[in-house]
Design a protein around this ligand. Structure first.
Ligand code: IPD
Ligand code: CA
Ligand code: CA
Length: 262
């Protein structure tokens, strides 16, 4: 794909994500009336997730019929293109349902095994993160950079967990951080965890297993902000199976890889 085509997609995607965020926010404000289903242990989907994903899929497939599309709720559509849009319509659904304003719309474009566009929008704070490979990472139009932390003792990690992995894996990661005097926090949105690592609010993000739609946008955001990410798309079938993720500020890559065995 040439740079003009990529630029077109970058601009279009930001508008679509903002619109999807407004749709989600409208439903968040009347969340008591939303139908919610349980997909697994502590894993929920509301009618807002489905409506937002259908809206984004429809808009992207109409504008770019040659691209593939993968959504958390609807799966893969138009398979076979080298370029795949990957969306999590609401990342942080548990927070969304509970009325905690830490959730977002996350949209990435992956070509081959590289995330080349990433947009993460938190409608409750109106924060829009956007990154394009080679062009930098931005929050509301302002360039962002990862933190300059060099010592675990001064750092704060975002740690995520889902029941897709044994409880003990998470307990081990929490205890490794605390033993190393590294603070940790768990927000319940992997995409916002990656965004906060990209703008230096956190010094990194780790989760033993995460899905492609949780990190497709965060990966390019993090690297364009000067950070390091484990090779999420390097393993086979990660679009479907997911992978481990470690994202870190450059000064903490080696200590965190050792600490978390990544
Ligand atoms: C989950 C959140 C959570 C992370 C899980 C994800 P959902 O996504 O990002 O923070 O730890 O791995 O599945 O269900 O809110 O879209
Ligand atoms: Ca998610
Ligand atoms: Ca989701």
């Amino acid at each position: 794909m040439d740079q003009n085509e990529l630029g077109l997609r970058y601009r279009f995607a930001q508008g679509v994500v903002r619109e999807a965020g407004q749709m989600a926010l409208d439903r968040y404000r009347r969340r008591e009336s939303l139908a919610v289903e349980r997909k697994g242990r502590q894993d929920f989907v509301s009618e807002a997730d489905k409506a937002c994903e259908a809206f984004v899929a429809g808009a992207l497939l109409k504008a770019f019929p040659e691209d593939s599309f993968l959504g958390e709720e609807g799966g893969l559509q138009n398979a076979g293109s080298a370029a795949t849009w990957i969306i999590d319509p609401i990342d942080g659904t548990s927070n969304f349902i509970a009325g905690i304003p830490i959730w977002c719309v996350s949209l990435g474009l992956v070509i081959g095994s590289q995330s080349v566009l990433g947009i993460i929008y938190n409608p409750a704070t109106e924060d829009l993160y956007a990154a394009r490979a080679g062009e930098g990472a931005y929050l509301n139009g302002k360039r962002i950079r990862v933190s300059g932390a060099r010592r675990l003792e001064e750092a704060r990690m975002g740690l995520g967990f889902s029941y897709r992995r044994p409880v003990q894996d998470h307990v081990k990661a929490v205890s490794a951080c605390l033993e190393a005097s590294c603070e940790y926090t768990r927000f319940g949105s992997g995409a916002l965890g990656m965004a906060f690592a990209a703008d230096g609010r956190l010094d990194g993000y780790y989760e033993a297993h995460i899905n492609a739609w949780d990190v497709a946008a965060g990966l390019v955001l993090m690297t364009e902000a000067g950070g390091w990410c484990s090779d999420f798309f390097g393993a086979p079938d990660t679009l479907i199976k997911g992978n481990v993720i470690l994202a870190a500020a450059p000064g903490l890559v080696e200590p965190l890889r050792k600490l978390l065995a990544v």
